[in-house]
Design a protein around this ligand. Sequence first.
Ligand code: DAH
Length: 340
Amino acid sequence: MNLRDRILSLREEIQSSIGGITSAEMLEEFRLKHLVRKGTLQAMVEALRDVPVEEKPLAGKELNSLKAFAEGEYKRLKETFDNQGTAEELLDTTLPGRNAESGHLHIITQTMDEITRIFAALGFTVEEGPEIEDDYHNFEALNFPPDHPARDMQDTFHINDPVGKYLLRTHTSPVQVRVMERQKPPIRIIAPGRVYRNEAISARSYCIFHQIEGLVVDEGVTFSELQGTLLSFAKQFYGAKSVVRFRPSFFPFTEPSAEMDVTCYICGGKGCRICKGTGWLEILGCGMVHPKVLSNLNIDPEKYTGYAFGIGIERTAMLKYGIDDIRILYENDLRVLKQF
Ligand code: DAH
């Protein structure tokens, strides 16, 4: 290979290695290989002495241009790396920090936790039960007559199991049954959890929702104890000025049964959009545990009495935070979730 070709191939090498230099260390390697006295370019200068005289001008020109190119690139890159500085020099401690985004609990979980805390402070312990239940725990033991509409296919999601007895629980009341099966009075529990109903989805109802069940069984438990406990809950959750009222109602597993309303926390009872002008918000179902439920579970109804209640979480959260469509709670739109 004559000198001119060797210079051209060195140019190719230098050009491609310049393209790959990404650090000051690599640039220094480049300098030591090509630009020092024992480097490739100086070797070419020495070789130039030995070429035939007629080749000298052209080869000399190529070599000068390559040297100028290599030195120019070296200078340019060195300036770039010098200006970058070290990581410490680059750190500007006066800049505002970048916030790490953290998530938070869903409004349903927050509401459930808040209600749980209130009852825990009143001496209730927390129990759980399965979401896949059987007919016995969800209905039969709770004194639902065989033809009760809640057992209808319209309301209950039945599971296509070979035995045909499993379903998705339609309320948290079966946890009452499970607790009484394994524990003798005194019993004082709440059971928060998810329930399922095969209802047409609308602004007011969804196929999934949450409840908190409460159950107290002991000797001498009275309806006034139920009233006092739930009034205390209402004052803590909806505000100290809250007043409650009980309206007669019906549930197969309680006798007598009632629904509890609380004075609207928005208007204080005067009537507004949230309470639909009535001044009252309907917040839960409750009653004295039916003697048949106790005897179904081998608890002597002559000796023991009890009360129970069931709070709908979605409804409670919607009333408290002014949400008018239950579906919003299940869409997981961050623009909504971030508000709570
Ligand atoms: N399980 C009832 C429902 O889902 C709510 C309920 C009412 C629970 C009265 C109770 C109760 O424990 O005593 O509609």
